[in-house]
Design a protein around this ligand. Structure first.
Ligand SMILES: Cc1cc2nc3c(=O)[nH]c(=O)nc-3n(C[C@H](O)[C@H](O)[C@H](O)COP(=O)(O)OP(=O)(O)OC[C@H]3O[C@@H](n4cnc5c(N)ncnc54)[C@H](O)[C@@H]3O)c2cc1C
Length: 360
């Protein structure tokens, strides 16, 4: 096929990772073409979109929060202005305490250097009528949610307008790779970047990477009252753009490879929601999706061991909303030769898994 389009980069996958990278490259004046086959159950379509700097059962500051959270706030706000669409919702997250001991612990912890930038207030008595918070709770800052579907739709519309979006399955048999160029159908590029989530396991160039599928489920529920914060304890209750509609999530089902929702997940989420809120709710829908996780819970960035113009951007795990902006920025800077890829996220750390015998 004769070459009709010459671009700097081809992107495969327009989930959270590919969408953020597309914006980063366009902002740097690069020419791109994006290929995507938008599956209904891709992780990004299912995600509640929460970004929370204080996470985990032990409620610690999340990894690199001091850099990543100010970065994502700037990135999504700028992208809203660029695309003239609303999808970013900064909002406090309220975590009720379950005991006086926990309350005391947080009174001390909240003043600690590092953590205090992410805590708005610690309450010692009930604040929200809708939740069980007899002992008060903590309210975070630099938190909120991204309406991920609206974000991806806005990025997709802008790519379509420039005629650089191709909605189809990327066919590896049509890819021609040489040291200087990448050719795919009628498009020539200097590099190709795979943002293909769990489908990396079927990507002949990156099937050796430890991108581990982790299934999760969420519920869409409706309630008559809308709390002024995201509630989070056991499960999160995140508003959506539709009035009185919320996302409740999420489950972690590492040993479940079934491509459907389960009664067990629904029961777990409903039970945890009943412990969190006092008001009645109606379950309208149940969703499932597969997160692309890594053994060390860090993203994967960088070139294939042999083909240096074939690049991976993957492993967003359970936190794509917060990780994708910062690390797509790092990858875009690296592509321009402006920076090194940090060791913690560099694909190099998994190089020992690569075998020339089993992979391209
Ligand atoms: C239930 C659940 C709840 C979650 N909640 C949150 C949350 O609240 N906050 C948060 O930060 N994260 C959350 N996550 C995690 C988040 O969804 C992921 O980190 C993120 O979406 C991963 O994005 P991605 O672009 O890497 O992958 P994906 O979303 O899987 O996107 C990859 C895209 O590439 C396309 N693709 C792959 N191969 C090809 C090919 N050969 N040809 C064409 N297209 C291809 C796929 O079809 C897809 O569109 C949640 C995940 C789940 C499952």
């Amino acid at each position: 096929m004769p070459i009709k389009t010459k671009v700097d980069h081809i992107i495969v996958g327009q989930g959270l990772a590919g969408s953020c990278l597309a914006i980063q490259l366009l902002n740097r004046g690069k020419k791109i073409v994006t290929f995507d086959e938008p599956g209904k159950n891709r992780a990004s379509k299912v995600a509640a979109g929460l970004f929370n700097p204080i996470t985990g059962k032990r409620m610690t500051k999340s990894w690199k929060a001091d850099e990543i959270f100010p970065y994502l706030i700037q990135f999504y706000s700028d992208t809203e202005r660029l695309l003239s669409k609303k999808f970013f919702h900064p909002l406090p997250i309220y975590r009720p305490f379950v005991s006086v001991e926990e309350q005391n612990e947080w009174m001390a912890l909240s003043a600690a250097e590092g953590v205090k930038n992410f805590i708005d207030k610690v309450f010692t008595g009930s604040v929200y009528d809708q939740t069980n918070d007899l002992f008060g709770g903590i309210l975070t800052t630099q938190s909120g949610y991204l309406d991920v579907s609206s974000f991806m739709l806005a990025v997709c519309s802008s790519l379509k307008k420039e005629n650089v979006y191709r909605e189809n399955n990327f066919d590896f048999s049509r890819l021609k790779v040489s040291i200087a160029t990448i050719e795919y159908e009628d498009t020539e590029a200097s590099s190709i970047i795979f943002c293909d989530g769990v489908r990396a396991n079927n990507n002949p160039f990156f099937d050796w990477l430890p991108v581990r599928p982790l299934k999760g489920e969420t519920l869409s529920v409706s309630m008559d009252e809308k709390p002024g914060a995201i509630f989070n304890r056991g499960v999160y209750l995140v508003p959506t753009d539709q009035d009185n509609s919320f996302t409740v999530g999420a489950t972690y089902q590492p040993n479940d490879s079934s491509e459907m929702t389960s009664t067990m997940a629904r029961n777990e989420l409903e039970e945890k929601l009943r412990a969190l809120v006092k008001i009645p709710f109606t379950v309208n829908h149940q969703n499932w999706g597969i997160r692309p996780t890594t053994p060390d819970r860090r993203p994967i960035l960088g070139p294939h061991p042999i083909h240096k113009n074939i690049i991976a951007f993957n492993g967003m795990g359970t936190k794509g909303v917060s990780l994708a902006p910062y690390f797509s920025g790092q990858l875009a800077d690296w592509l321009e030769g402006k920076t090194e890829i940090q060791n913690e996220v560099n694909i190099e750390r998994f190089k020992a898994l690569y075998s020339r015998l089993s992979s391209l």
